[in-house]
Design a protein around this ligand. Structure first.
Ligand code: XIL
Length: 377
């Protein structure tokens, strides 16, 4: 573990010019061309895979951003391109072009590809929601899972099979979200999807991915409890589930955090024999002051607080921010909840690199957290 007091600024190079501190113990890993280690190398030293979400236009043509992706990450996940709604505008029509090209890009670069996501209530095609019978809906769901997992079998390291199926606010005893699949097919849709995914791609690790479990609020506590019961039930029933994904959409200054409760939750999930991934990490700063150095430090502190606990749990073996650079973030594009938008008209600064692809204090926070993490091997 590196002590903050051992941080040093490098004397030369672009990294030093950015004014960021580099941990002293990391200097052995410093890349001589740019004066800083890559996050993927810092992660790899601990047995952790470091990745990012990307959108197709960001990687299919070579740019300064593709250079950054190739330098920094060992894994990519498509931000939207593999979602059912995006791929299938009408029944019987599936457009594989972008997912195919993204998987090809990753393979050519030696980058691991993560599949996201097969079944998600929020990005379900309209035509599915209008199918007249339960039998047709079940056949369509099975076809969605089987066609995707078969097509990319052997090229996907982890698949989010079902995304965000738990919502305690909906008041059901089983904690499940009252949304499209549950309404049409009942709770059995979940196990069905996992069994078909395993059968078609036995090598991919199968993930359940969800949000709002990090903070110390009654809502997050209820979500943790419901998710844990959900995972226990799946393991008990022999559903092929290998991993749990903690999305990690964080916010500066809004909610209290309990290291103890979050740590306990992760340990409980690990106790079920599941690996854990941080799958969509980013930090909104709508409550932070506009001043950039101050704001960037608050965002970095939020990363640090979360990662100090998350990476201390050895079952957590993958770390994926939801984008690398503020140039490309759903937060900056205002595609997330309106209450998370800044009201002063300034762009949010949620990710480890700024829009000019320079590392920010959030980069240092992630580097420190990786360096301080126990080794997984
Ligand atoms: C988001 C994308 O980033 C946006 O571009 C899109 O408009 C909506 O979806 N949880 C998930 C991700 O599992 O797929 C979501 O991604 C963010 C929340």
């Amino acid at each position: 573990m590196i002590a903050i007091t051992r941080r040093r600024l490098l004397g030369t190079g672009a990294f030093a010019a950015s004014g960021l501190a580099i941990p002293g113990a990391l200097r052995a890993a410093v890349d001589s061309t740019e004066g800083r280690p890559s996050l993927k190398d810092l992660a790899r030293r601990k047995g952790i895979k470091f990745g990012t979400a990307v959108a197709a236009p960001q990687v299919l043509e070579p740019t300064d951003f593709t250079d950054l992706v190739e330098r920094e990450v060992a894994l990519i996940v498509p931000e939207n391109e593999m979602k059912w709604f995006e791929m299938s505008p009408a029944q019987g029509v599936v457009n594989y072009e972008l997912p195919d090209r993204m998987v090809d890009f990753a393979q050519a670069e030696g980058i691991v590809f993560r599949g996201h996501c097969l079944v998600w209530y929020w990005r379900t095609p309209w035509w599915f929601q209008k199918l007249p019978t339960r039998a047709e809906a079940e056949a369509a769901l099975i076809d969605r899972v089987r066609s995707m997992t078969l097509r990319y079998a052997g090229r996907i390291d982890t698949w989010d099979v079902v995304n965000e199926a738990v919502e305690p606010k909906d008041g059901r005893a089983d904690g499940l979200r009252e949304a499209v699949f549950l309404k049409v097919l009942g709770p059995g849709y979940i196990d069905l999807a996992y069994h078909h995914a395993r059968e078609c791609d036995p090598k991919a690790a199968l993930v359940y991915n969800d949000y709002d479990i990090e903070y110390d609020t009654p809502e997050h506590e209820a979500k943790r409890t419901a998710v844990l019961r959900f995972l226990e039930r799946m393991k008990h029933d022999g559903v092929p589930l290998d991993r749990f994904g903690v999305q990690g959409h964080l916010t500066v200054g809004k909610m209290p955090f309990s290291e103890t409760k979050f740590r306990r939750f992760l340990a409980d999930v690990a106790g079920l024999g599941l690996h854990i991934m941080v799958t969509e990490l980013d930090v909104t700063d709508e409550l932070a002051p506009g001043d950039i150095p101050r704001r960037d430090q608050l965002v970095a502190d939020e990363y640090s607080r979360f990662l100090a606990v998350a990476l201390d749990e050895k079952a957590v073996d993958t770390l994926i921010p939801w984008g690398l650079s503020d140039r490309y973030s759903w937060i900056v594009r205002h595609e997330h909840a309106k209450e998370k938008w800044r009201t002063d008209g300034l762009d949010g600064r949620p990710l480890p690199f700024d829009a000019a692809l320079q590392p920010k204090p959030a980069w240092t926070a992630i580097a420190h957290a990786l360096d301080g993490a126990p080794s997984r091997s």
